[in-house]
Write a protein that binds this ligand. Structure first.
Ligand code: 8DG
Ligand code: MN
Ligand code: MN
Length: 372
């Protein structure tokens, strides 16, 4: 909770899960600068440093007003010397020399370009950079060296780096809902990720699928994907198997490594979204441009959109929903808060008391959440 104190300073909680994170950002110039530094550190494999800059940015996003003087920051948590120095520079000069140097550097630009390809992480991007590659065309020349995922990422690079609007996300959610219900009546599809946080646009569409009868969800994803593929909705998909060891089957503590990856069965896909908003207004007489596969034609009525589909057993759904809603910093801090302050281990499957060795169940949890 952030409370405005009279003398122009703010009280902001140190854990992101303890403060309001409103959508309007009053300090975009400052958070952009800090996020460039976070990104650059990430590109160099300095995760601790990257996290520190991300946290600093997250704190500024919680402020109810634009920062004007660096003294206003004295009461704020998570702002290190380096962050404060950069903030001061931007406040005084409108820009930070360090940040500008990074943004103009060849390495940063190549890393940014490459990591924006679906299926490319920092490691691969860095390897390409070391090999002297700088442009997408440098990669297109050697398709055999790319994974299937990366090839799809390159083909649809522009679309996949165009923000997805909420209306498109809802439309895709509806298409998936229909396919899911054809395969398994009674199953539900929930839009999560940034859209669940209220963002008007995002980089992908995150959908959680479950069924109120535990166990019914087994095998569902494969059927749904087949159904969607048959209708021509999928430009790319890869299913990843569930590897979660149920806690009932093991008396070991859930693993506590910091990764945000969970073990639900999921599909990373690229949807072909036709019927873009606006088409509907063209009137009944207009030819309805339904989903079309990629063609070389000049005019396009479709767009490639990244979609994450995740299937969860009903009993774990509340944890999955919490874990997939984000933001990344919020999730990280929620887990850190659980561990440090509550001696609990939280992940996208479960909540576990470390000292009482107790697993928290959520039997009626979903119903209770729905009623709210
Ligand atoms: P955006 O798409 O609009 O850019 O933002 P977002 O929706 O917040 O980001 P995201 O990359 O789509 O991720 C949404 C949330 O899902 C994020 O908090 C992290 C979480 N998430 C993954 N992968 C995994 C995973 O494997 N397990 C869990 N538990 N969470 C994951 O992205
Ligand atoms: Mn998302
Ligand atoms: Mn996602």
């Amino acid at each position: 909770v952030s409370v405005e104190k009279p003398q122009d300073t703010w009280l902001v909680a140190a854990y992101a899960c303890q403060r309001r994170s409103p959508l309007p950002n009053n300090n975009q110039l400052l958070t952009d600068a800090l996020e460039t530094l976070a990104e650059e550190a990430h590109f160099c494999g300095h995760e601790g440093r990257s996290l520190a800059f991300s946290r600093a940015s997250s704190v500024l996003k919680a402020l109810p007003r634009t920062v004007r003087r660096v003294q206003e920051l004295d009461s704020l948590p998570c702002l290190g010397e380096h962050s404060k120095r950069v903030i001061q520079e931007v406040l005084e000069d409108g820009t930070s020399a360090e940040v500008e140097t990074i943004r103009q550097s060849e390495k940063y630009q190549a890393m940014k370009l490459f990591t924006k390809i679906f299926g490319v992480g920092v490691k691969t991007a860095h390897q390409w950079y070391q090999e002297g590659r700088r442009t997408l065309d440098d990669l297109r020349g050697h398709p055999a060296q790319l994974s299937k995922e990366q090839q799809a990422g390159l083909i649809h690079y522009e679309d996949l780096n165009t923000p997805v609007k909420r209306a498109d996300a809802e439309a895709i959610g509806q298409v998936v809902r229909e396919a899911v219900n054809k395969c398994l009546p009674g199953a539900s599809v929930t839009l999560t990720g940034g859209f669940r946080r209220g963002k008007p646009s995002g980089h992908d569409v995150d959908l959680l699928i479950t069924h109120p009868v535990e166990g019914q969800e087994a095998g569902l994803l494969k059927k749904v994907i087949a159904c969607l593929d048959q209708q021509g909705f999928l430009l790319y998909h890869s299913i990843h198997r569930n590897t979660f060891e149920s806690l009932e089957d093991s008396d070991q503590e859930p693993s506590s490594h910091a990764s945000s990856m969970d073990q639900y069965e999921r599909c990373f896909s690229i949807f072909c979204l036709g019927d873009l908003p606006g088409d509907a207004q063209e009137g009944a007489g207009a030819e309805k441009p339904s989903r079309v596969r990629r063609t070389s034609g000049a005019s396009r009525f479709w767009k490639a959109v990244r979609v994450d589909l995740v299937v969860t057993p009903y009993s774990q759904f509340p944890f999955a929903l919490l874990g997939w809603t984000g933001s990344r910093i919020f999730e990280r801090d929620l887990r850190r808060f659980a561990k440090r302050e509550k001696k609990m281990l939280l992940n996208s499957h479960t909540l576990y008391h470390l000292e009482q060795s107790r697993v928290y169940r959520f039997p009626q949890g979903i119903e209770r959440m729905r009623r709210k």
